[in-house]
Design a protein around this ligand. Sequence first.
Ligand SMILES: Cc1cc2nc3c(=O)[nH]c(=O)nc-3n(C[C@H](O)[C@H](O)[C@H](O)COP(=O)(O)OP(=O)(O)OC[C@H]3O[C@@H](n4cnc5c(N)ncnc54)[C@H](O)[C@@H]3O)c2cc1C
Ligand code: FES
Ligand code: FES
Length: 1335
Amino acid sequence: MASVPNSDELIFFVNGRKVIEKNADPEVNLLYYLRKVLYLTGTKYSCGGGGCGACTVMVSRYDPKTKKIHHSPVTACLVPICSLYGAAVTTVEGVGSIRTRIHPVQERLAKCHGTQCGFCSPGMVMSIYTLLRNHPEPTLEQITKALGGNLCRCTGYRPIVESGKTFCAESTICGLKGSGKCCMDQEERSFVNRQEKMCTKLYNEDEFQPLDPSQEPIFPPELIRMAEDPNKRRLMFQGERTTWITPVTLSDLLELKTNFPEAPLIMGNTAVGPSIKFRGEFHPVFISPLGLPELYFVDYTDDGVTIGAGYSLAQLNDALHLTVLEQPKEKTKTYRALLKHLRTLAGAQIRTMATLGGHVVSRPNFSDLNPILAAGNATINLISKGGERQIPLNSHFLERSPEASLKSEEIVLSVHIPHSTQWHFVSGLRLAQRQENAFAIVNAGMSVKFEDGTDTIKDLQMFYGSVGPTVVSASQTCKQLIGRSWDDHMLSDACRWVLDEIYIPPAAEGGMVEYRRTLIISLLFKFYLKVRRRLNKMDPHKFPDIPERYMSALEDFPIKTPQGIQMFQCVDPYQSPQDPIGHPVMHQSAIKHATGEAVFSDDMPPIAQELFLAVTTSTRAHAKIISIDASEALALPGVFDVITAEDVPGDNNHQGEVLYAQNEVICVGQIVCTVAADTYAHAREAAKKVKITYEDIQPRIITIEQALEHNSFFSIEKKVEQGNVEQAFKYVDQIIEGEAHVEGQEHFYMETQTILAIPKQEDKEMVLYLGTQFPSHAQEFVAAALNIPRSRIACHVKRIGGGFGGKVTKPALLGAIGAVAANKTGRPIRFILERGDDMLITAGRHPLLGKYKIGFMNNGVIKAADVEYYINGGCTPDESESVTEFIVLKSDNAYYIPNFRCRGRPCKTNLPSNTAFRGYGFPEAAVVAEAYMAAVASQCNLSPEEVKEINMYKRISTTAYKQTFNPEPLRRCWKECLEKSSFSARKLAAEEFNKKNYWKKRGLAVVPMKFTVGFPVAYYNQAAALVHIYLDGSVLVTHGGCEMGQGLHTKMIQVASRELNIPQSYIHLSETSTITVPNASFTAASMGADINGKAVQNACQILMARLQPIIRKNPEGRWEDWIAKAFEESISLSTTGYFKGYQTYMDWEKEKGDPYPYYVYGASCSEVEVDCLTGAHKLLRTDIFMDAAFSINPALDIGQIEGAFIQGMGFYTIEELKYSPEGVLYSRSPDDYKIPTVTEIPEEFYVTLVRSQNPTAIYSSKGLGEAGMFLGSSVLFAIFDAVTAARKERGLTKTFTLNSPATPEFIRMTCMDQFTDMIPRDDPSTFTPWSIHVS
Ligand SMILES: Cc1cc2nc3c(=O)[nH]c(=O)nc-3n(C[C@H](O)[C@H](O)[C@H](O)COP(=O)(O)OP(=O)(O)OC[C@H]3O[C@@H](n4cnc5c(N)ncnc54)[C@H](O)[C@@H]3O)c2cc1C
Ligand code: FES
Ligand code: FES
């Protein structure tokens, strides 16, 4: 950091070491400081906005007033370093290390298989660790609560929660039914009689070190002395552009606020920080009274509670909790409403950082607390140099009227929340895309006061959030209702009036207009019912209760700690104890993940002279580039160069993929140029200053519908057909036609795309370290872009922080862009995409339109199907054609339809180019088959499960493309799934529940699956390995596959261990590189372990064959002796191994082939409950039965199944990409794209690996990386089942369009009722919506 005069020294501790920063820059956050200044790279960057938890660290402070030390989990990306004066920071490195001692939290996360790619793991460790520092024996609820702010895209959370649970005093056995005894024990015994015994233990808790809180590092005594120093003085830190001032007393703060009225007060920085980072706000001066004693207090008075503005939301929670415990219930209604919202507001980290004062003053329109505070008549105590005053926290304040707001020199000292009274009712209501850590789609705070002893309204207040630019009050409606009785007439008028008063325009920002309108009155209705219920409780004679069937409308879904059981085949007792095949071996890097010592590309230390790259992307979907003016960017400090298409020495357009836009842009987000600078901050600032002028080109094609209109496709139609479809339609009882729209999905791998490109001085060599699933593809693109032979390009991959298909092709493009910059500047280039850029540029799963015509008999037998698929490929070919082929080949899923025609075509549009994504077309296409099964069932008055069973492949069969297969495991999975999930009994129970509950409905669904593994192009299935044995006996294995969390390297070590007959500890696997294994295939299509396993096996077998004569001569010898002897006898101890690959093919002309080596089968059953009034849903239980054949490693395979299932569930329910009609992607952060968190996973989750034979693959295993994804659709169909029940009861048609994702908006608007009937509807031809669907 550059030296600046007049700056104080910033003193804090990191992991017990004192840090004295003489040049603390207020613009630098802790995450940057840890990673780039202290080189503590365990703490990860993933979103930069507090939304993912990857950067969680613990901040400890000493409070001189209470003499206590407080430990808080914080997201380092939102902590300005200047706020840390006197604090002790603990990062994952400070918790434990392989070099010293690993901590029980780290050990258990690893051993419970709670890490896959490992990118989220340090954050998970820190969240659990901090919890344990505060609560060494936490409750189950505390564990779930502590993890709510941490996203994981790989594991599906179950094992992470399980590792946390091992610290709980409560039973850590499954404890279902509250018995403390695993309810499957009985079940397990019943398997003993079967062919093979089933196991449920994936780890051995006896191995765990105990947690000993006395072993934790002590808080630095120097910081205690500093905190207690009576002569503390004002601190000032002067940065490159900004000044930070920490006042020492309240009067000092007020003085500063008078002198710098525009300066923000930095408290939690959770509002100011994101505004600076994402909205480009700039503040020359920051004032930070964090820790000023006058702002931290709670005063319990006779009429309420006064809470200091500095109290964090977590402290507010504790203070309110205490009040609720101590005060009579009638006085605590406002507090209880606040507590309910505090449970789900953001995650634990943000709740410990954000302050009450900051929340109240920043007045976000989505605020969860302000509407309740206003409804509860809270007041704000203000102070300035001029004195103190009180203002009401009311509609004028929230709607930002200047006369009701703070004056610029004032600060909030505290907030007073009065007790509620006997005839006064207060509630908080909210609905968000997911239950926790998501801004509300609409929320509300409501209160009503009655004339004592009556239900006559004396005062009514209704405040709504997320319905306009500020929180708004329905004050007119409330006024009009005074004097009215709390009855249905009042409700009906209230709904009409409030809709008039709070009008959301049809094109309002945020979209979901009709849904939000519906929520306004649905939430009001909930409040109405709650109040009626409470009135009845107070005087049952006077006030009638609400109907029994309406009771379920009252409460939101509770958050429970998930639990479940995983079952897999036990290892043959006769297998050698040293042989690890079949055992749940921990991920090779798990401990390193948990200690933060696993090195990802951006964790590599700085390279001398390296430059950082930032991108300037197109803001138009289809336009001619008129000019690019980089002069202003070039003039900025630290800027080294601007790189454009002109600088590409070779192919700027390789295989149709454009590196830098040239002459025209074809999507919003296309890279036009990059800026190389000495820091990323400089590069990014400069990238914003590049001026590009455009001239729009027509047509601009965004949706599939538009592509069809313009006949815009990447390839010709792909088709398979069997039987005689036209003829069959003539003889069926019924025909239905329909459409299903499936929207896209963002990969949201936790590690964004990462490239390090290092130009060598000699022979134009270039070395790249990158996170890719396909290093040889990156090598190809870089070589083409630089116009040099591939032999001079070395691509290395150590590990990837999640890929899911998103790192197959895109890293090649980005690698080439980075390499061009490295080539031009002659300097190493560090090119790390920010989350927003990554989401914008790299796109994801293809949105899909499925059109079907189905002919069937009245008994549910389908005779004919004619299905067409269109996918939105985006602007360049990428893999869209191949995804289309997969869709056409796989779309029959588990069903035999004798007359079947399936066609598919990839559409060319002006969206960023979509790419591979786990399942590769299958998850989006197979739901269409499930949709028409459901539609047929509805027509035949059968259940979907009956129709599925009737039409399922039953015996050795042939697909439409003439591949023969035996679906026996499919039938077994299906049958076991129905039986073991007690589907029929639970279905009946759900029907019973539905009869009794009008506003909540339960639904169940079972989906079967036939999934294909591998690629229909034989040469893609080949693999190679390189195995060296060193003279000490240690073995280095290299192969062409990439480790992205799936545990590929772990499995390869298991394979080598079995083949060489040596312990796993002898075997090392370091990285994947184009130097050791050339021309390797992508690690995708679920075949990483299959093909690389065969190559490793081959290499090991070659080596063992060479060693055999030596072993034979000395059979009692040790491995080391044999190796030494072999060397003496000049036997080569190194070899390559090779697997030619499955000989697959597909002849599209003949519509015939043998495209896949084998199939994976499975079935899953899910049960949900939906809230018909809000559209929220809760996943109660999921049972998965997956045909794993023989699992090489059940822990890894179950991890893949669970992780894929949760990713699939997210895809089908809450993950929603929003595009403007002009093709601008709005969803560019975890704030506006919601992947599942720990609260979304099934409350009960059972996974069983079903045994079968698969001689095709190594050790008769199966590739399970992708298959679980589609099983997530059981949640989608369970939701449809619940929605169907609601619609049936309301007398609506049984069939309705089945689209994905089934978001809360979709659920609510499909469960039509008097409220959806009441809202104003807009004529679509009169406005342009804020967002559109692109499928
Ligand atoms: C990832 C994430 C998720 C979130 N989720 C939710 C959610 O689900 N629901 C929700 O309601 N909110 C949510 N929030 C918003 C959060 O509640 C607010 O950002 C937070 O309460 C602001 O408090 P702060 O202390 O961080 O404010 P800061 O950012 O420190 O300050 C905010 C503003 O308040 C002013 N200010 C602060 N204290 C005072 C004072 N004492 N007197 C005068 N002015 C003051 C500052 O000048 C500044 O202008 C989320 C935020 C993040 C980052
Ligand atoms: S990187 Fe800090 S929360 Fe995501
Ligand atoms: S292991 Fe959690 S994101 Fe990969």
